[in-house]
Structures are given as C-alpha cells and as structure tokens.
Design a protein around this ligand. Structure first.
Ligand SMILES: Cc1cc2nc3c(=O)[nH]c(=O)nc-3n(C[C@H](O)[C@H](O)[C@H](O)COP(=O)(O)O)c2cc1C
Length: 512
C-alpha cells in the first residue's frame, strides 16, 4: 500500500525521541492531577471472580481456598477468573499516604497501568447451555480491586457488534468470551507526555503476553488480533476516542483447530494527519476504517535484508543440541503471580544456557516446552543483544537471528557504562548482564501496514519483553523493561541507521 511520507508514525517517533540535551526539559509532575489507575465502576451486581483463585489465603476475601478454587479451568468462570487475573489482576500493593499503588500481574512503565480490560460474552446457550450460567451475554468492564466483572451492557448484541468491528474475524465470532484491551491515554501521558503512546502499547503487549502464555495451562486457546475498525469498537466500549482507544482483541476458545479467516494485523486506512506528531495524531492516523482494509502483500523482504546485513559475521547458535525446558513451562500462572520487575542487579554473570533458554522463551517458545505464541507482524522487529556478563560468551553487541537463535557479532566494544548511559543513566542498564534491544525499519514497516504498524510493533515488543522477563525470573534471575532510552545513541551502538526505530529495551541479570 502506498502512504504519503513522512507518515505520522515517523514524525511521532522522531518527535518523541529522548536525547541527552533535552531530557532535562520535562516539566515536574503534578501529583494532584494524577489520574486513577483503574476505573472504579459502581455496581450492585458484579460477577465475582475472586473465589476461583487458587491462592491461600485468597487475596481478595482473606479466606482459605474453598471448593471453587479447585474448580477445573477451561471455558468456565474458573478459567476466565484465572485468565484475567494472570493477565492483569492485582498481585501486589505499595502502601502510600495519598493512595496505594496496586501492582498488577503485568508490569507497567512508571506503575501507571494505562491499559483497561473488557470482556465480551457471546450468547452460546444454543451450543453450550451450561457454559457460563452466571455470565449473561453482553459487555463487562474488569474491576481489578474486586477481581470482578461489572456489567456495562447486558445484551447479545455486544458480541455481534464486536464481530462486526473485527471485520467478521472467524475466531472472534466463534469465541464464547472475548477480552478487549484498551489504553486510557492520560494515565500515562500525565507523566510521559507524548511519548506515553509508546509505553501504553508496550504495557498492553506485556499483559497480552501473559494471557497468551497462561491460556494453554488453563485449558484455553487464546487468539489475538489488533485488526479492527476503531470507531466501531470504541463505540461498543463507549470510549471517548480522545481519552481511550481499543488496542487489541483476544478471543478465548476451547483448545482445537484455529478458525479462519482471522487476521492479526491489517494496514490502517485512515488518512495520515497532515501535521501533528502527538499521541492523539498518531492514534487517529493509525485507525482502520469501516471497510476491511486489504491484507498487505505477502513477503519477508525486511527479514531477508536483515539476514543479509548481519549474515557475514561468525554466528553462534544458542540452540546447540537442544535446550532444557524453561523452568516456566508448566508453572506459568504461578510465575506470573509471583512476578516483580527487578529493581537492581548485582554485577554477577549469568550462564549462556540461561540466556539461551530465556531468548528461546521469547522467540522459539516450543524449544523450551512452552506453547507457540502468536505475533502480530512477524519479521518486522529485529533483536540485538548486548552481552557484558554471560559466561562463555564474549562481550559484544550481537544481532539475534531468531529462527536458529543465532548470535551474530555486530561489534565487540561495549561497556556496562555505555549501556547505563543509553538507559538514561539508569543502573539497571549498567549492572545488567545482558541488554536486549528491539528495533524496526519503521519506514519499511509503514509502507506495508500504514501508521498502524506503530501499534503492532510496540505491542509485539511488549509481548517479547514479557516472555523474556518471565523466563528470566523462572531461571532465578532478574529482568526489567526499560521504556526510557536515548534513541539515537542506541541505533549508533547497534550500527543501524538513525531512521530505524528503537522500540523497546529489556535488561537481564542477577538480582542485587
Ligand atoms: C514498558 C515498560 C517500561 C518500563 N521502563 C522502566 C524503566 O525505564 N526503568 C525502570 O526502572 N523500570 C521500568 N519498568 C518497570 C516498571 O517500573 C514496573 O513494571 C512497575 O514499577 C511495576 O512493578 P512490577 O513490574 O514489579 O509489578 C518498565 C516497565 C514497562 C512495562
């Protein structure tokens, strides 16, 4: 598809780069104006999900687990409760004078939690009369403080409207229950101004990864699409598009064969904004219209070009003769519930086997006994790994060829000090044993998917970041996402053109 350049995504990305000369210009935070981190829906008849959690004691009731906590998962209220909790439930609390910070199952830049979760229930009584006896067809909002669903519109029309918004996506149509993820812009913009859009998408990617990863353990098959008509879906969610926008749709189904057609990503059809490089301009320009956009032409030109670019140097395959299972396999739910971002690393080293299993969890999950994970736009994100503390691997910056988990040396000169500087001077960067960078050729990506690719790339990178982090924690190591970095200094380190976009950074190491 053709798109006038510079596209809104390119302008937005350039305008929201951090640079050493301007990083100090950010205005101080207005604490009195901080938005609440979740919607405190008032309702008299919530659908309570807490009793289905297996925790002892139950974090919401304080009770010991009863019979419902042992109820089988799958397509049932028990399965839905555990799925939603693992995706985005409250798993921790930091008491504070003004108001506590509720930590969630997924990490969030600055602990601001801009993502919201909705549930759409289909009328499945014809097929499965006993599926959800306590959950009438309709639209629900998720109340994290109660771990409950709040009815917003009890009507079978909600699911029909969702299917229509998703252009008839067969997986969404077949799903008895569908999760919808949105972003409430001001929650993050309050702190990060226009750069917030990047973090809202990354945050959402993290929670989506949780749902996708835990699904099979709960006997559920979770799909993913970010191809929908924004106006239609926002209307269903009753979002004021200036404040909140739908970002992703996750159909929840019984295990089985995937339905077709089900598009994960389609090009945006909105006319790019003539001017404007703000969060709102990009969200607007990256909409999909009422008519289903045509799929972009097939092709993996960018992947081929990348491999050619980084194919010349010696490569180290991390797969070797096969990898041991990642310790996350079989205990994803617990791994997520116990997860916390690491706040400091010691300068101890990690092993090459650990790094291999962590990278495999993100890029080749089946190699380490995790289930295959969907990607919105395969082949568009490229991965680089800066190694400064991995036993058996020489320090350096490597391009990671994901198919064979091959490290190809880009440059040997890298220091902890330089990595710390790139992460805005954060110690997480300078003390990490390995730092993983995700970047993309944004112009090429926009040529295929329009401005909407900005959403896809950041959602995908958030998903990769979550799998890297969970896998690292399962190894007894530490991890943290880094959303604040000096963009142009990173492209310089990676040896890629300045025009290419650095999307996300993940630090790995031994917790201090
Ligand atoms: C997209 C994203 C960006 C983040 N960026 C940073 C960062 O730059 N520095 C940092 O110390 N932590 C960063 N974090 C970690 C958050 O601060 C952390 O998730 C949040 O405080 C909640 O804590 P928890 O992850 O332990 O639940 C980031 C997390 C995400 C998801």
């Amino acid at each position: 598809m053709s798109n006038p350049t510079p596209a809104t995504a390119l302008r937005y990305h350039e305008a929201t780069k951090y640079a050493p000369a301007t990083i100090g210009n950010h205005p101080p935070l207005d604490w009195a104006a901080q938005p609440a981190s979740f919607k405190d829906y008032a309702t008299e008849s919530p659908v309570r999900l807490a009793a289905f959690l297996p925790h002892d004691p139950n974090p919401f009731t304080g009770d010991q687990p009863g019979a419902l906590a042992a109820a089988p998962a799958g397509l049932s209220l028990a399965g839905l409760s555990r799925l939603i909790y693992a995706a985005y439930g409250i798993t921790g609390l930091i008491p504070q004078e003004a108001r506590p910070t509720y930590l969630r199952a997924a990490p969030s830049a600055g602990g601001l939690y801009p993502a919201e979760l909705y549930v759409v229930v289909r009328d499945s009584s014809d097929l499965f009369p006993d599926l959800f006896p306590d959950l009438a067809p309709g639209l629900y909002g998720y109340h994290p403080l109660q771990h409950a669903l709040v009815p917003l519109w009890e009507d079978a029309g909600a699911h029909q409207a969702l299917v229509q918004a998703c252009y008839g996506n067969a997986q969404v149509a077949a799903a008895p229950v569908v999760l919808v993820v949105s972003g409430v812009f001001e929650r993050s913009r309050w702190r990060y101004q226009q750069r917030a859009y990047r973090r809202i998408l990354l945050d959402s990617g993290h929670l989506i990864a949780n749902a996708l990863l835990v699904g099979p353990e709960l006997d559920l098959r979770i799909g993913l699409t970010a191809a929908f008509c924004d106006d239609r879906l926002n209307e269903l969610l009753r979002c004021d598009a200036l404040d909140e926008g739908a970002l992703a749709v996750l159909p929840v189904l019984a295990p089985g064969i995937a339905e077709r057609p089900a598009w994960a990503a389609l090009p945006s059809t909105a006319v790019p904004a003539e001017t404007g490089d703000t969060l709102a301009a990009l969200h607007e320009a990256s909409r999909c219209a009422i008519e289903r956009p045509r799929l972009p032409a097939q092709g993996d030109e960018s992947a081929v070009a990348l491999h050619a670019q980084h194919g010349w140097s010696t490569s180290i395959s991390l797969l070797g003769d096969g990898l041991a299972p990642n310790p996350l396999a079989g205990r994803v739910f617990t791994g997520i519930c116990d997860r916390r971002s690491t706040r400091g690393f010691s300068d101890a080293t990690i092993s090459a086997e650990q790094l291999a299993r962590i990278l495999a969890a993100a890029y080749l999950p089946e190699e380490v006994r995790l289930h295959a994970q969907p990607t919105l736009v395969p082949d568009l994100l490229m991965t680089f790994v800066a190694i400064v503390g991995v036993d058996g691997l020489a320090d350096g910056v490597y391009y990671l060829a994901p198919q064979g988990l091959e490290l190809r040396l880009v440059r040997a000169d890298v220091s902890r000090q330089a990595l710390g500087f790139l992460c805005l001077g954060q110690e997480l960067g300078s003390a990490a044993a390995a730092v993983i960078f995700h970047a993309a050729d944004l112009s090429a990506a926009v040529r295929r998917y329009g401005d909407r690719v900005y959403r896809y790339l950041h959602l995908d990178a958030g998903m990769l970041g979550e799998r890297l982090s969970l896998a690292a924690l399962a190894e007894g190591l530490g991890a943290s996402g880094i959303g604040g970095f000096f963009d142009d200094h990173i492209t310089e380190l990676l040896g890629i053109p300045r025009e290419q976009a650095v999307v996300y950074v993940t630090t790995l190491g031994v917790p201090a």
